[in-house]
Design a protein around this ligand. Structure first.
Ligand code: PRT
Ligand code: ZN
Length: 284
């Protein structure tokens, strides 16, 4: 009994999708660039597909689970369950207009012609905002549409913004923030659910580890209490005496978001020799 996972065959999500499985300790026998690969140490079979097809395959149960951009899941509108966000492939779906055009708000889109490959998501957005605009659906090179007179505005994915910039466009509205997500078929068997749980447990351990750092530092004993107050740790910090009288070594785990704040406070309290190391897996 194996769980079948669909991932993107080539493109922006391909490498990170393979990486997250490998970081979860899953190894594959045959090359990862064919149609299909089998895990040797986990009941998982990988199918390589175009991202647009993944929601349909997962709805139909041809694949049990899949990794795909949330933008694609919402656009395809298939009966699948979003199980977990994966933290990569981050982008936003935005409406953009020619850069020298005035824009005061969404009402300025009234009566406009908007080119997009995201007709479903865009039309929901326009409806919600009570805007009547014409949606012109095209499948690629959306960003050139205003320049060739095909549309007044576009609705497309943006990450750095450089594509908009080089095409003389500016972002007017962000209508969706997206990242890669793990989706699953809605009717998994109990056995399949069990494998999915195991996979999720591993993925979460990897995700958590990425958001945290292991920190080691030397602290003067007189400030140990204050320093331990700054460092929460998984349970509490580990404290080991140093050979040098009056000093201890303190070990703990800190969250990436609070990291610089914590370092500053530690230094104020006399911490020295601060080492910060990445964590590979984190199981709480
Ligand atoms: O062949 P297949 O159909 O599988 O791939 P694809 O060409 O449809 O998709 P691909 O590989 O381009 O993107 C896969 C997924 O990556 C998307 O569905 C998003 O979830 C995610 N993603 C993240 C992006 C971007 N960032 C992104 N910047 N997808 C596309 N872009 C494009 C965007 O369409 C625009 O053309 O990049 C351009 C904008 O980038 P910036 O950096 O110039 O703003
Ligand atoms: Zn695609």
């Amino acid at each position: 009994m194996k769980l079948k996972i669909a991932i993107q065959k080539s493109g922006r999500l391909n490498e990170d999708s393979i990486k997250i499985l490998k970081e979860a300790g899953i190894e594959f026998n045959n090359g990862m660039n064919k149609l299909k690969a089998e895990a040797v140490n986990f009941p998982l079979e990988v199918f390589f597909l175009r991202d647009d097809d993944i929601p349909q395959y997962v709805e139909d149960g041809v694949a049990d689970i899949g990794i795909v951009g949330e933008n694609v899941v919402l656009e395809k509108n298939k009966e699948v369950k979003i199980v977990s966000k994966l933290g990569f492939g981050k982008c936003r779906l935005s409406i953009a207009i020619p850069k020298n055009q005035k824009y005061k708000g969404v009402q300025d889109l009234e009566g406009k012609r908007i080119a997009t490959s995201y007709a479903t998501v865009l039309s929901k957005y326009l409806k919600k905002n009570k805007i009547n605009a014409e949606i012109h659906e095209i499948s690629g090179s959306v960003e050139i549409a205003p320049g060739i007179g095909l549309a007044d505005a576009i609705c497309d994915l943006v990450s750095s913004g450089s594509t908009l910039f080089t095409n003389g466009l500016k972002e007017a509205e962000v209508i969706l923030r997206s990242e890669a997500v793990l989706i699953s078929n809605k009717k998994l068997t109990q056995n399949q659910e069990l494998i999915l749980e195991k996979l999720l447990f591993r993925i979460n351990a990897v995700k958590k580890a990425k958001n945290n750092k292991y920190i080691l530092l030397n602290a003067p004993n007189k400030n140990l209490n204050a320093i331990c107050g700054i460092l929460p740790g998984m349970k509490s910090p580990t404290i080991l005496p140093l050979a040098e009288e009056g000093w201890s070594s303190v070990h703990s785990v800190v969250n990436e978001n609070d990291f610089w704040d914590i370092i500053e406070k530690l230094k104020e309290k006399g911490a020295e020799g601060i080492l910060v190391v990445p964590i590979e897996k984190m199981i709480l």
